[in-house]
Design a binder for this molecule. Structure first.
Ligand code: OOG
Ligand code: MG
Length: 264
């Protein structure tokens, strides 16, 4: 990996992209102005956005993987998984309300989340280590909201935009990894009482735990790791579903209850 941006450009891009999030307005892709930007540059921007939030007093409450299923990769036209971070104000209670006035063009995703009980360090992190380090798994619904016009981006741009992260809802029932078959775990996505998509855990890189292993390996490239007690969303199982004010969504997880939210 290599860098093409200097520190000043990283700071300016982080401010630009974060302001679009905070003010809920769309922007053109960062690669329009910086076509040679690399992944490393893009993660520099993302980590600078994270630093800005922490400097403002926000807490980082978890991590997310994105573009880990074929449904998501095909929908967005990209085929490499990426990661992002979750800030405290992204969290919405189960059955709670998401205020779309704070968002640009939200979509929801059905995901399975892990909570770790031991640190995970790459490189070479694998599914066995992930399962051994998992405290419990729990259903999660992510609300994504690309800051880019028409929700269109390339991989470098979406990494700089914190992988479109904006809100998440977790709930239902937690489970021990030994008690659930995460590959065959079925999900049913409902919008306003109608089934809009269905899927199973294996859609996420063959097994959702491989998504956590990939996160550890990607973080290792920056000398970072997954600490014990980290909440990690493993990525949308189905394609993301657009939502509007007035919509009610419920995702049913086989044996693990439901997660719901209302959009206003
Ligand atoms: C990027 C984020 C994707 C997922 O679960 O795949 C993501 C996007 O599609 O906007 O969160
Ligand atoms: Mg997601």
């Amino acid at each position: 990996m290599s860098k093409t941006l200097n520190q000043e450009q990283v700071l300016a891009l982080a401010e630009h992209v974060e302001n679009a999030e905070l003010q809920a307005h769309d922007i053109t892709k960062v690669t329009n102005d910086f076509p040679d930007m690399t992944f490393e540059d893009a993660y520099d921007v993302q980590w600078e956005i994270r630093r800005r939030k922490e400097a403002r007093g926000n807490k980082i409450v978890g991590m997310k993987m994105g573009l880990t299923s074929w449904a998501k990769m095909a929908q967005m036209g990209v085929e490499t998984p990426i990661y992002g971070f979750l800030a405290d104000y992204f969290s919405v209670p189960d059955g709670g309300v998401v205020n779309t006035k704070e968002l640009i063009h939200p979509k929801i995703e059905a995901e399975i989340a892990f909570v770790t009980k031991a640190p995970l360090k790459g490189p070479g992190c694998h599914i066995g280590q992930v399962l051994a380090a998992t405290d419990f798994v729990i259903p999660a619904v992510e609300v994504i909201d690309s800051r880019y016009e028409n929700f269109k981006f390339d991989l470098v741009s979406v990494v700089a935009d914190n992988a479109s992260s904006t809100r998440f809802i977790t709930g239902g029932q937690m489970a021990d990894v030994a008690d659930v078959d995460l590959k065959t775990l079925g999900v049913v996505v409902e919008k306003n009482g109608e089934v809009v998509d269905v899927g199973a855990g294996a859609a996420v890189l063959g097994h959702p735990a491989s998504s956590v292993a990939m996160l550890a390996n990607l973080l290792a490239e920056r000398g970072e790791h997954i600490p014990a007690g980290t909440f990690i969303m493993t990525g949308g199982i189905t394609a993301a579903i657009a939502v509007e004010p007035g919509d009610n969504i419920t995702v049913r997880y086989q044996g693990l209850g439901t997660v719901s939210a209302r959009f206003e």
